[in-house]
Design a protein. Structure first.
Length: 285
């Protein structure tokens, strides 16, 4: 399932737990790991702008070079050393390299070079990263968060095709020997039905959405899967249920939410989900 795993680390934010997770998955799926440390040139460019008023061109160039050297030193002495500690004694193929650029662009460029089937990364609200990568790529992205149990929360909703999530969730729960809990969320803010092709319908009555959701939940229950239906704000209900069952992992599909409170447009829905949910999330893109 996950044969080639990419672990991107930004110079702006470092969560060493991604190594623990990468080792955990690589051992179970016989995966190879590629670790890239991304030196954020945006930070260096911002420093240049601040320095323009009082530094000469030569001094600015030397300052930029020094910042680059410090970032490379950080990668070598902290990040890569930590990686070696986690991977020590493990029969896992590990490749490491340093690149320069913007986080999302650098990840997409790396995806063009090798057929990865999973990205494992950290997330931090208070940093310069905009996490466009969550919306821009088609392979699964695992955001490492709080992980304390052996329970998977799989999310279905009126805003997604609900095709990949059930299949992936069942496979993972069996492979990892974790408990599986599915929920169907009827988002009361964006009352449309998304079909198997990911197309949104016109606005529907809440009772119709509930009827569709209940039918799917009952079908899952007939197959022996623990499932329930919930209605409310999609992002909030996911976070609430994940906390309630102490989920190790939340699996989310291609939710096509476009409207929020009072009908206002919603953007970056995946980022909003991560911000509200402290648990690890796997986006099945």
């Amino acid at each position: 399932m996950f044969k080639n795993i990419l672990v991107p680390i930004s110079s702006e934010f470092y969560n060493k737990q991604v190594f623990k997770r990468a080792v955990f998955l690589a051992e179970r799926f016989k995966s190879s790991i590629s670790l890239i440390y991304i030196i954020e040139t945006k930070t260096i460019d911002q420093t240049d702008k601040i320095s323009e008023a009082y530094l000469s061109d030569f001094e600015m160039t030397e300052t930029k070079k020094q910042m680059m050297r410090e970032q490379v030193k950080t990668a070598d002495k902290i990040v890569f050393d930590d990686a070696k500690t986690y991977f020590k004694g493990k029969k896992i193929k590990l490749e490491e390299k340093i690149v320069r650029g913007e986080f999302s662009d650098s990840v997409k460029l790396e995806l063009e070079k090798k057929p990865y089937d999973l990205i494992i990364m950290g997330f931090e609200k208070e940093c310069i990263l905009n996490y466009r990568i969550l919306e821009d790529i088609e392979i699964p992205v695992w955001i490492e968060g709080k992980s304390e149990s052996k329970t998977i929360l799989a999310v279905l909703s009126n805003l997604a095709p609900n095709q990949k999530v059930p299949e992936m969730s069942i496979k993972l729960s069996k492979k990892l020997d974790w408990n599986l809990h599915m929920i169907y969320v009827v988002d009361t803010e964006d009352r449309v039905q998304v079909d198997e092709q990911g197309m949104r319908s016109g606005k529907k009555q809440e009772r119709d959405l509930l009827f569709t959701g209940q039918n799917l939940v009952e079908d899952l229950q007939d197959k022996g899967i623990k499932a329930e239906m919930i209605k409310g704000n999609l992002e909030k209900e996911i976070a609430k249920k994940a906390e309630e069952i102490n989920a190790n992992l939340v699996i989310v599909g291609r939710e096509q939410k476009k409207k929020g409170t009072m009908g206002f447009p919603v953007k970056n829905i995946k980022k909003k989900m991560v911000e509200k949910c402290e648990h690890s999330i796997l986006f099945i893109n």
